[in-house]
Design a protein around this ligand. Sequence first.
Ligand SMILES: Nc1ncnc2c1ncn2[C@@H]1O[C@H](COP(=O)(O)OP(=O)(O)O)[C@@H](O)[C@H]1O
Ligand SMILES: [Mg+2]
Length: 386
Amino acid sequence: MRWFAIAPQLSREQWISELFNKYDRKVEWLDKTNQLKNDRYEKSEYGVLLYEARDQEDAYETCRSLNAIYPHLGIILLDQSLSIDIRKAMRSGALDVLVYPIHPDDLDHVIVEREQQYARVKQSGKTTSYMTVCSTKGGVGKTTFSVNLASAYAAQSKSVLVIDLDLQFGDVSMFFDRQPKRSMYEWIKDSSDRMSGPIQPYVESYNEQIDVMPAPLRPEFAEVITPAHVQHLMEKVRGKYDIVIMDTAPYMDDIVLTALEHSDEIYMVTMLDLPTLKNCRLFMETLETLQLKNSLKIVLNRNSKKRGIAISTAEKVLGVPIFLTLPEANKLVFQSVNEGRPYVISHPKAKISRLITKSIDQEADVKRKSAKSKPSIKVVSAGRSN
Ligand SMILES: Nc1ncnc2c1ncn2[C@@H]1O[C@H](COP(=O)(O)OP(=O)(O)O)[C@@H](O)[C@H]1O
Ligand SMILES: [Mg+2]
């Protein structure tokens, strides 16, 4: 793990090098971001950049562009004039924002958190994949799909965390037959400002493979939770789980946006009715402006001939192919929801369960193949081609 800083003001502070020495680390001081490349910082490497932004736009833009190139570089923005909007910064991919004059304890905390996280990733060998399940409408089957997707991954011995981001009316725990006593809200309340507390006491285990971070137990507690909390939570569990699945509320707000922007895969659940499909199309346009459309997978749920719309018509309305079509399976799903046992677990051989399992197998194949066909990434990024 490497520590970089583009921070003229900070470089004059003596305590900085002492602080890093304490952790056996050195800061590599840079003048501008494209020096990362010259310094042979590789895309696959873990690192942190302390970045003194010139102004707010520079802050957000730098985070966005560096995140696109270096997925494992955490950016800590250093704010000179209290001008950086923390929500926007987090949405642009910043890990944290520290305001000048920077207190050594705050930086100390950042170093410890990031180093611990790195140690976890290294030790566990897990590269966590983040997935968001979203829709434009309630009742289309997001939660049902989320818990079954989690179960399908669990069946392949993956460790999964389901985060319930339907903050007001989340029911993920119920789908797993659990009545949590604590939730994301208690984690935030009990941790200090910097959300340094462990998450384990707030997570419900369904089985050895699946954990759930419940939504607040009361709707009015939802407003306490900010996009920064969500991003912090996502980072905190990196390396702890193979898969993190975020179930969401049926609208687009800052919380959902944060989840979407930091996800490797986005599942948009829809159904065969025209208003839902049209809204989906609108949602997709938003994803396109946010440059997130590449991670999008459409799940057509509750497919039935009775609906009177052909899948081809749905694809025409959406303008993209449907990734996964799941049948209407009233009896099975009803029973599974009532029992609080995902159908992939209770009925692994049912058609609907096999379709989900098959889709993740195929995805794994695609990933394996694309990983094989890209052996040159490291070499390219290490070049001094600037
Ligand atoms: N494939 C399916 N076949 C039949 N019913 C389904 C299917 N998927 C979900 N449902 C039902 O739809 C209802 C809403 O599902 P839910 O997952 O809570 O939606 P959302 O999270 O999008 O609001 C539930 O009662 C569930 O039983
Ligand atoms: Mg739901």
